[in-house]
Design a protein around this ligand. Structure first.
Ligand code: PLP
Length: 472
């Protein structure tokens, strides 16, 4: 599959798996559990006692910087698979809350928004709303979901990328009821089309800062002309718009997968946005916020250290400099990735000469990231006796008739057997969200966990759901 034109959204994904330039690509696939005990740098006890000392953040023990696939309770996951069938997405709302709490701790006085497109399920949106994050929406559909989940207009940003007319109509209608909604425009055409619809509410201008972050070309959007108005013209476009709208902010999002290595690009983006904000304010437009986007990376590989969010926050503040406006951030993946796993059952084990081929009931239609971005996802055998089995290389594939329908190649896994349950890690972001019905395959069910409770958050699609749209 190639998705040059129709890649959904601008910026999914992060770390490419197997063959690219992503951090961690030089590691061989690693079975979860063999590389536990990574200590994130800011959780290490500082020994020098000097000015550079970093203490473990308050509550680090109860709210670790990452939840690994090996940390999930195997018994519980096996029970959920037995109760609900597979493939099954599991989303742990407590972990979403923890991620939101760490975001708040790192960016206490920033406007914090959740990029809904990472996981737009109602259970997640309601949880996010309770944590007092706002909703950053990429489509009319996401605005509707945010409203349904109880976000007020003041808590909703709609970022329009080449918006279809239906989307603008919907959001302008919603604005009649919710006059505090903010629309972010990334093209002068979008500004004109809002004017034509009589919109004169809160407007933010998305800028192409000319620097990109992210580790796969499909997720670097900062330097892509598709996203935002050209940096050099932004000041003028803001000044023009200020005549007809309430211009409340400027915005840039550079793509996904900001890692420790990538802070240089992030700093550069933020520095440019700080400069632009100062220029805009000097021109007399009193903006409320400077939104520097999301893209905070999560470690997909078990031996990859988590992002030091406090360091990202410090670098962001420093690069922004003094600005008479609020900093805004809008991560998606960071809040939900490690809150989700995908459970899938083995139905076929084939000892081919090249490798052991393992067929499972989830495929690229369930979790697209490996096929789309060569993304790495940790795999864990939940067979009760897995620890006693010999480890051997396995290639895990789904039921879809496409050669890209592969979760991993030659990954060391406990010897697989038919009916074993496997868990796929970090499936909470861009997982269910990008599921499709290709091959007329119903989308999976999803269970939401909260404390000891679990509930069906989305039922499994049925074959009749799939054919319901057809004229006969
Ligand atoms: C996708 C997106 C985000 C979130 O990206 P993550 O990598 O999930 O953090 C933020 N802002 C905009 C405009 C986006 O399109």
């Amino acid at each position: 599959m190639t998705h040059r034109d129709d890649a959904p959204g601008d910026d999914h994904d992060a770390v490419a798996g197997g063959h690219g330039d992503a951090p961690g690509d030089d590691h061989d696939d690693v079975h979860p559990g063999t590389h536990r005990g990574d200590v994130p740098p800011h959780n290490r006890a500082a020994t020098d006692g000097g000015v550079g000392e970093r203490r473990p953040p308050e509550g680090a023990a109860e709210n670790p910087a990452v939840r690994r696939l090996a940390d999930w309770d195997a018994d519980r996951l096996r029970r959920l698979a037995d109760d609900h069938g597979t493939p099954l997405y599991v989303i742990d709302l407590d972990r979403v809350r923890q991620n939101a709490a760490r975001l708040e701790a790192a960016f206490p006085d920033a406007d914090r928004r959740y990029a809904v497109k990472a996981h737009s399920g109602n259970a997640v949106l309601e949880t996010i709303r309770e944590t007092e994050l706002d909703a950053e929406c990429a489509s009319a559909g996401e605005v509707k979901r945010a409203l349904d989940a109880g976000f007020s207009g003041a808590e909703i940003q709609y970022t329009a990328v080449n918006p279809p007319s239906e989307d603008l109509d919907f959001v302008v209608d919603a604005w009649q009821e919710e006059p505090e909604i903010t629309i972010t425009a990334g093209a002068e055409d979008t500004v004109d089309r809002l004017r034509e619809r009589g919109y004169d509410g809160r407007l933010c201008i998305r800028v192409n800062p000319g620097v990109g972050a992210g580790h796969h070309e499909k997720v670097r959007v900062g330097a892509d002309a598709k996203f935002g108005v050209p940096y050099d013209r932004a000041e003028e476009i803001v000044a023009d718009a200020a005549d007809d709208f309430e211009v409340v902010g400027i915005h840039a999002h550079a793509g996904s997968g900001i890692s420790g290595d990538d802070l240089q690009n992030h700093r550069e983006l933020v520095r440019r946005m700080g400069d632009l904000a100062r220029a805009v304010i000097a021109d007399g437009t009193e903006i409320e916020f400077v939104d520097v986007g999301g893209g905070f990376g999560v470690p997909y590989r078990e031996d990859e250290p988590p992002l030091d969010l406090d360091a990202v926050a410090a670098a962001t503040r420093e690069a922004l400099g003094e600005v008479d406006a609020q900093l805004a951030v809008e991560p998606g993946r960071y809040l939900v990735a490690d809150a989700g796993v995908l459970l899938t059952r083995i139905n076929t084990v084939k000892n081919a000469p090249e490798t052991t081929l393992v067929g499972v009931d989830a495929g690229m239609t369930t979790l697209l990231r490996p096929a789309m971005y060569d993304a790495y996802h940790a795999l864990r055998s939940l067979a009760p006796d897995a620890p006693d089995r010999t480890v051997e290389p396995a290639t895990v594939t789904g039921p879809i008739c496409e050669s890209s329908d592969v979760f991993c190649e030659d990954r060391p896994l406990p010897a697989p057997a038919r009916d074993d349950l496997l868990a796929i890690g970090n499936a909470g972001a861009y997982g269910y969200e990008m599921a499709s019905t290709y091959n007329t395959r119903p989308r999976p069910a999803e269970v939401a966990l909260s404390g000891d409770d679990s509930r069906l958050a989305r039922r499994r699609e049925t074959l009749s759901d799939l054919t319901a749209l057809e004229a006969r």
